[in-house]
Design a protein around this ligand. Structure first.
Ligand code: PLZ
Length: 448
C-alpha cells in the first residue's frame, strides 16, 4: 500500500502568489471552465496534507478554510487515505439500491449512533449538502403531508432549485436562476450584532415574532418543516442567542412540525462539540450532514427519527451515486479520526486561540465590529470604524494581504463583510499562530 501523504507543516513561499506556473494554469482554467465558477485564491494546488496546501510552483500555503469546512480531519488524513485505497481496490460502485454493500450500512450505523438523541434513528446517504437538504424536505413533507417550509434570513442551504429557494442571499446564488420553488417562508433571524430591538429580550422577542408570523401568514398546521443552521455559515457565522434553538425546537414539537438542523457546515467536531446543536442539548428530528463527514470525499446524509425516515415508500428515495463505497470508506476513516485523534477537544482548543487572538485584534483595530463564533468556527465582521456599515474594502484588502503571504482565509456574510476561520482541526498551534501573525500584519497594513 502507498505510504500516507505527508508534507512539512510550515508556510513557505518560493515565488510571489500566484507563481508563474499558476499564472499559466489559470489561463487554461479561464479557457476551459465555466465563467460561472468563482475563485478564492489565484493558485493551482498540487498536493496537500493536514493544514498545508502546496501549489504547482512549490508554495506551501496555510489553509484556514478547510475547503469550506470539509477537511476537518486534515487534508489527506492517513486514516481516510488508507481506507480509501483499500476500498477503491475492492469495490468502486454497485449503486446501493441495486446491490447493497457494508460501507453504506456502517456509515449509517455510525451516524445513528453519534447524532444527538437516544431514540431509534435511520439514515440516508447522498452526494452533497444540497442533496441532503432536498431529501430532508422531501421526507418531512411526505411524513407530515404538509407543504410549507420555514427558513430564515441569512440562511444558506445550497444551489439546486429547491435549495436556492431556501437560501436567503440573491447575489451570487439566485440572481437570474428563478423561478424558485414555492411554499418556502422566510422568517427574521436574531442576528444580535444587527438586531434593532433590546438584546436583553432578543430570544423571546424573536421567537414571538416568528411564531406569530407562522400563525398569521402560513398556519402552523400547514408547516412540514422548520429548517435552520444552528450556526449560520455562509450568512457570516451568526450564532443565534442562547435559548433560541431550544425555543424553536419546542415550538416545532408542539405543532407537529419536523425540526431540521442543517449541520452541513457546523457539524463533525467543528464547533468544539460533535454537532453544534449539542451546545444547548437540542435534539433535531432530522439533521443534514455533509462536508466534514468524509474528510474531503463527496458524501452527505440525512439522519433522524426512524418513524420519519421510514415514512417514505420503498423507491421514493435514492440516487445513482449516493453513499458511494469509496466515499463511505472515507467517512469511516474521518469518524474514526474525530474520535481517536480527539478532534472535539482540539476544536475547542483552536477556538480558544482564535477567539483570543481575534479579540486582541479587535481591541486594536476598530474596523473589527464583532468577533463571533464557536470552537474552530470563528469570524470577524468588518465595518467602517464608529459605524456598523459593512466594510467590504477592508475584507478584500485583508484577504489579499494574507494570500500574498501564503495564508488562505475565506469570506462570508450577507453583506460580504465577514472573514471566517475554519482551519483543519489537526492544525498545529505553531502553524495557527504563524497564520494569526500574518493576519495581524494584514490589519496593520490597512489605511484606516
Ligand atoms: N448547507 C449549511 O454551508 C455549503 C457553499 C459553497 P453542498 N456551503 C458552502 C458554494 O459557494 O457553493 C452548504 C452549507 C449549508 C448546505 C450546503 C450545501 O452543501 O455540498 O455545497 O451542496
Amino acid at each position: 500500500m502507498t505510504a500516507p501523504t505527508s508534507l512539512v507543516q510550515e508556510r513557505r513561499l518560493v515565488t510571489p502568489i500566484p507563481g508563474p506556473k499558476s499564472v499559466e494554469a489559470l489561463k487554461r482554467r479561464a479557457a476551459a471552465t465555466s465563467a460561472g465558477l468563482g475563485i478564492a485564491i489565484p493558485v493551482v494546488i498540487e498536493r496537500a496534507h493536514d493544514a498545508i496546501l502546496q501549489d504547482i510552483d512549490g508554495n506551501c500555503i496555510i489553509d484556514l478554510g478547510s475547503g469550506i469546512g470539509v477537511t476537518n480531519v486534515g487534508n489527506t488524513n492517513s486514516r481516510v487515505v488508507a481506507r480509501v485505497i483499500e476500498q477503491v481496490q475492492a469495490l468502486t460502485h454497485t449503486c446501493f439500491t441495486v446491490a447493497p454493500y457494508m460501507g453504506y450500512i456502517e456509515v449509517c450505523e455510525a451516524l445513528n449512533e453519534i447524532t444527538p438523541g437516544d431514540h431509534p434513528k435511520k439514515s440516508l446517504l447522498v452526494n452533497s449538502g444540497a442533496e441532503a437538504v432536498e431529501n430532508a424536505i422531501k421526507i418531512a413533507r411526505h411524513y407530515t403531508k404538509r407543504p410549507a417550509v420555514v427558513v430564515f434570513e441569512h440562511a444558506y442551504h445550497g444551489r439546486t432549485n429547491l435549495t436556492m429557494a431556501l437560501t436567503a442571499k440573491n447575489l451570487p446564488y439566485k440572481e437570474g436562476f428563478g423561478p424558485f420553488a414555492n411554499e418556502v417562508y422566510r422568517m427574521p433571524l436574531p442576528y444580535s450584532y444587527r438586531w434593532s430591538g433590546s438584546l436583553d429580550t432578543i430570544t423571546q422577542d424573536s421567537l414571538d415574532e416568528i411564531t406569530s408570523k407562522i400563525e398569521k401568514e402560513i398556519g402552523a398546521h400547514n408547516v412540514a418543516a422548520i429548517l435552520i443552521e444552528p450556526i449560520l455559515g455562509e450568512g457570516g457565522f451568526i450564532v443565534p442567542p442562547k435559548g433560541f434553538m431550544p425555543g424553536l425546537a419546542d415550538y416545532a414539537k408542539e405543532n407537529g412540525i419536523v425540526f431540521i438542523a442543517d449541520e452541513v457546515q457546523s457539524g463533525f467536531a467543528r464547533t468544539g462539540d460533535l454537532f453544534a446543536v449539542n451546545e444547548e442539548g437540542v435534539v433535531p428530528d432530522l439533521m443534514t450532514l455533509a462536508k466534514g463527514i468524509a474528510g474531503g470525499l463527496p458524501l452527505a446524509a440525512v439522519t433522524g427519527r426512524a418513524e420519519i425516515m421510514d415514512s417514505v415508500h420503498a423507491g421514493g428515495l435514492g440516487g445513482t451515486y449516493g453513499g458511494n463505497p469509496v466515499a463511505c470508506a472515507a467517512a469511516l476513516g474521518a469518524i474514526e479520526s474525530i474520535e481517536q485523534d480527539r478532534l472535539v477537544e482540539r476544536a475547542a482548543h483552536i477556538g480558544q486561540i482564535l477567539n483570543e487572538s481575534l479579540n486582541a485584534l479587535a481591541a486594536t483595530y476598530p474596523v473589527i465590529g464583532e468577533v463571533r463564533g464557536r470552537g474552530a468556527m470563528q469570524a470577524v465582521e468588518l465595518v467602517y470604524p464608529g459605524t456598523k456599515e459593512p466594510n467590504v474594502e477592508a475584507v478584500n484588502a485583508v484577504v489579499k494581504y494574507c494570500q500574498s503571504q501564503g495564508v488562505l482565509i475565506l469570506t462570508a456574510g450577507t453583506y460580504n463583510n465577514v472573514i471566517r476561520f475554519l482551519p483543519p482541526l489537526v492544525i498545529t498551534d505553531a502553524l495557527l499562530l504563524d497564520a494569526l501573525g500574518v493576519l495581524e500584519l494584514a490589519f496593520a497594513s490597512l489605511d484606516s
